[in-house]
Design a protein around this ligand. Structure first.
Ligand SMILES: *Cc1c(COP(=O)(O)O)cnc(C)c1O
Length: 390
């Protein structure tokens, strides 16, 4: 049997490898603590779950959903955008339900990119932007995210020839893996850049509701005229601890939304309606819960940060996202540091290099582990001195 080259040539999805290592350690009876995967440990709030259980008993929700999502779901997204960002969206033409943001992110390349066309992608990044590009036969042009640029692509650094040939640009703020944020002023420049070069600007805003110290992330659609070039991706996953239920949305430029709808209507049959009912309740219900949840992540952040500094990692406290992005001490690579932590202390972190070559020299810690595990990890690291390999 022969498997297609596009699959054979794919790198292993980074978390597959981490999950394997964790399983191996646990099989040896080791008390592993993992800062590895960005998957909320806290449950979906009961007030949201109640809508799932009710909806599950209604036979109309047992049938195929529509690809574009229930009209009530799209209306709830529109209302949420208005309340949260002051952005107007037409639920009919500017909003689409997704089976999680990952699904839309992976498929939109098929709607926008022809073989050989260029896509501007950040490095380091969530791996799925590149996967979508590869599946569509596109060519990535990597925009390095560097500390000196506050982890924002330097738009002035993209050669004019590359910019004019590019079809799509990906941005993601609050950012995974760096925890960086983007100002409205930066979004304004990105929108102007996309317009000047006839580029579709795709913004992954999955972490817009996970923020600290009173900071409120913006939507790129707040920029006047952004809808002419931009589509934004959101997810209920990180916002409402709903990763297991699989629902997100794309919003913005109607032409792009229609093209993505066309791809999806040929591939999938939408999001389970009972899950959409849950999402409606989440988006339209009281949002106070987010404050409490974010305070909890913030407390974990503040518990572990001083310990990381003590063991020689350089860190900027993140204002948003689920991640701490830390520079490893001299003498280590991302991977040797992560391995030393796992071997010596049974603590899992993700090497920055698994998010792209510019992630080398950093590790990522996700705050999605129990308060007890954060406490225990802080305790284990309190007595640890990293030994660089010779
Ligand atoms: C978690 C994550 C997603 C995926 O969200 P789902 O809605 O669960 O598919 C998308 N983008 C980034 C940057 C993420 O970290």
């Amino acid at each position: 049997m022969r498997i297609a080259k596009r699959i054979e040539q794919l790198p292993v999805y980074p978390f597959v490898e981490i999950s394997r290592k964790i399983a191996e350690k646990r099989a040896q009876g080791k008390p592993v603590i993992t800062f590895g995967i960005g998957d909320p440990d806290l449950p979906t709030p009961d007030s949201i779950l109640d809508h799932l259980t009710t909806a599950a008993r209604e036979p109309e929700n047992h049938r195929y959903p529509e690809t574009e999502g229930l009209p009530e779901f799209r209306a709830s997204v529109s209302t949420w955008y208005q309340n949260r960002f002051g952005v107007d969206l037409d639920p009919e033409t500017e909003i689409l339900s997704l089976i999680g943001a990952k699904e839309g992110i992976a498929h939109i390349g098929l709607a926008l990119i022809d073989p050989g066309e260029t896509v501007l992608q950040p490095d380091p990044a969530y791996p799925v932007y590149n996967i979508g590009t590869l599946f569509a036969g596109g060519e990535p042009y990597w925009m390095p995210l560097l500390e000196k640029n506050k982890w924002l692509p330097d738009l002035g650094d993209i050669p004019r020839r590359v910019a004019s040939q590019s079809r799509v640009m990906w941005l993601n703020y609050p950012n995974n893996p760096t925890g960086a944020i983007a100002s409205l002023e930066y979004f304004e420049r990105a929108v102007a850049f996309a317009k000047a070069n006839d580029i579709v600007l795709l913004h992954d805003a999955c972490y817009s509701e996970v923020a600290y110290d009173g900071y409120q992330p913006a939507s790129i659609l707040q920029i006047p005229g952004a809808k002419e070039v931009a589509v934004e991706f959101h997810s209920l996953s990180k916002t409402y601890n709903m990763t297991g239920w699989r629902i997100g949305m794309a919003a913005g430029n109607p032409e792009v939304i229609r093209a993505l709808f066309k791809v999806k209507s040929n591939l999938d049959s939408g999001v389970a309606q009972a899950v959409q009912k849950m999402a409606i309740a989440a988006l339209n219900g009281p949002q106070d819960y987010l404050k409490l949840r974010n305070a909890r992540y913030q407390a974990r952040r503040d518990r572990i940060l001083p310990v990381l500094s003590r063991i020689g990692l350089e860190v900027d406290p993140p204002k948003a996202s689920l991640y701490i992005w830390a520079k490893v001490p001299n003498g280590f690579t991302s991977s040797t540091f992560a391995t030393a932590l796992l071997d010596d202390k049974d603590i899992v972190v993700t090497p920055g290099s698994s998010y792209g070559k510019y992630g080398e020299g950093y590790i990522r810690l996700s705050l999605t582990l129990s308060d007890n595990h954060v406490q225990e990890a802080a305790h284990r690291l309190g007595s640890w001195t990293p030994q660089a390999p010779i």
